[in-house]
Ligand binder design. Structure first.
Ligand SMILES: CC(C)(COP(=O)(O)OP(=O)(O)OC[C@H]1O[C@@H](n2cnc3c(N)ncnc32)[C@H](O)[C@@H]1OP(=O)(O)O)[C@@H](O)C(=O)NCCC(=O)NCCS
Length: 144
């Protein structure tokens, strides 16, 4: 398994993995491939997209960005997904190890992200020392 930076050519396969994985419960996202591609093109510019591959086949992806908070640089993960056929083989862990090494090199103060309250991935993250932030709440206003 290799981890490398994504290129423009990889984006379609990345979008397919994301659409499949985040189309499942509890996320049930219904975005089109073109909407996901538009978002990925944005993160190619303002963030980082890395892929895990086995024999040149993309099997996992991580999207993150660096921000500058008052406490210093921080890393925010936008998306992490592993192709169903390759789950439970350590690929997700390797992608998390990769982002942690990256964050340490950048002297980031923390790695954070928002995810669905009901995803079983919470247990996955807890294995690596991530904790639920009970003081935080997400607020949103839908615009028509
Ligand atoms: C969450 C996800 C990335 C995990 O990827 P993975 O490659 O299967 O994970 P790994 O094989 O590296 O697992 C590492 C450890 O976490 C555990 N783990 C993995 N997924 C788990 C889950 N859903 N619930 C509980 N534990 C889990 C594994 O058993 C393993 O434990 P071990 O080291 O004690 O054996 C993958 O299931 C996925 O893509 N899910 C759909 C999208 C998603 O939920 N993304 C995260 C939210 S943004």
């Amino acid at each position: 398994m290799k981890i490398r930076k994504a290129t423009k050519k990889d984006l379609k396969r990345i979008a397919e993995i994301m659409r499949t994985e985040f189309g499942k419960p509890p996320f049930k996202e219904k975005a089109s491939l073109s909407a996901i591609l538009k978002s990925l093109n944005f993160y190619m510019k303002i963030g980082k997209i890395y892929i895990a591959s086995i024999k040149e086949k993309i099997v996992g992806i991580i999207v993150f960005k660096e921000e500058q908070f008052w406490e210093g640089p921080v890393i925010l993960i936008e998306d992490l997904a592993v192709d169903e056929r390759f789950k439970k083989q350590g690929i997700g862990k390797d992608l998390m190890d990769f982002v942690e090494t990256y964050a340490k090199k950048k002297k980031a103060k923390f790695i954070g992200f928002i995810t669905h309250k009901k995803t079983s991935a919470v247990k996955f993250y807890q294995k690596f020392g991530y904790k639920l932030k009970k003081s935080a709440v997400i607020m949103k206003k839908e615009l028509k």
